[in-house]
Design a protein around this ligand. Sequence first.
Ligand SMILES: [Mn+2]
Length: 440
Amino acid sequence: MLRKLASNIRQFGAKEKPKVNLDNFLSRHLNFYDDRLNYTPEEIISLIAQVKEIIKVEGTLVDVPFPVAIVGDIHGQYADLHRIFSVFSTKNPELPGSLCQRYLFLGDYVDRGPCSLEVICCLLVHKIYYPKMFYLIRGNHEHSSINRVYGFHEEIVSRFPPPQCNQLYSAFNDLFAYFPLAALVGGRILCMHGGISSEVKTLNDIRKLKRPIHEPSVSELACDLLWADPMLDLSGFVPNPMRGISVFFGEDALEKVCADLNVDMIIRGHQVMQNGVGFYCGKRLLTIFSAPRYYPGRNNKGAVLNITGEGRIGIIMLSPTSKMLQGYHRFSETFDRFEPDTSYTERTSSAESLTLPESEAVTRMPVSITITKPPGTSPKSVLTSIRRSLQVNSVPPAKNKPMRLLKVASPLQEVTARDIPTQRTVDETQGDTAVTCRSK
Ligand SMILES: [Mn+2]
């Protein structure tokens, strides 16, 4: 049944039948079996060659229709990638979650986590078999000068002897140079890994960027799409000393870019959010980060977005998995507190130092997003609601069995017009809030 579905979906959008058969390669990634899979260099080289043919004919700005799930940074957390898939597997328990949904991934597949190879191989083989169901855009870690330092290179070298390790590492980075840099979702939401740029006046500026881009820093626009961050109390654009590259942008710059490009909002990844998500500039920008417990001992949640066919945006949160957080009550104790933690940078504090003050006034904003009517949907159905379900997940994935781990721990309690704090920058966040929100 699964095979039949796979072959049916394959007809849809595949340019040509792959020359080397990767059916077995795909089947090893449809469910979670182990953190580490065994690969031969030959099959990975073939994987890369086949997926490159598909990716290089996509635009630098890819159009992705509703409905779609949007996933932020994964960073080599392969088990968590399958947890994310399992969130979407509920419609038909026969099917792996990766086949139940269209996905857009916002980059940073490799580095930091222990299983970059499994994550990127899993996503690439899905892209080959289901090219219109899987969209992958590039993150700043999909670049050799970054992934040589932050884990991907080391992982490949530790798993393959020379000269294969070098061939594989080069082949991956050559492929990354072809990845699209942004996605336009439903014609109304612009997605990228990093952020906006002073160099973008129209969507065509992004479309016109020629790939492969082996060295993103030669293009200011490409660099900002991969690297830029929002800043809370900033006007315009300033250099970004925390990244050592690209810019910080302010709310006025964001509003102007959204107006110039005629988009309703920006969705991007790139920054750890304690809750997995963080709004900025009202509802104009949403940061999404999908690697729970990104730093050891720091229990950040991960989150993914589920955008319906009508353009309603749901936020699904994945709790960190650890013994410490086992069970819903323990989870609630840890996360139900409302603490004013933020993860966005403030100009005033970052000017003094890059560490954050103990307490700061927090801008709170009601959660509601209005998406302009996308083509073919009724205005009423476009009214956005935000749902947030607590995903409690306290056992490691079972081996040799399809993962059926994620259960919604509390039935989506929906509370009207609660506040979510804006978030301050990267590392120094702690505590949490677990209100459930629904906009009106
Ligand atoms: Mn990043």
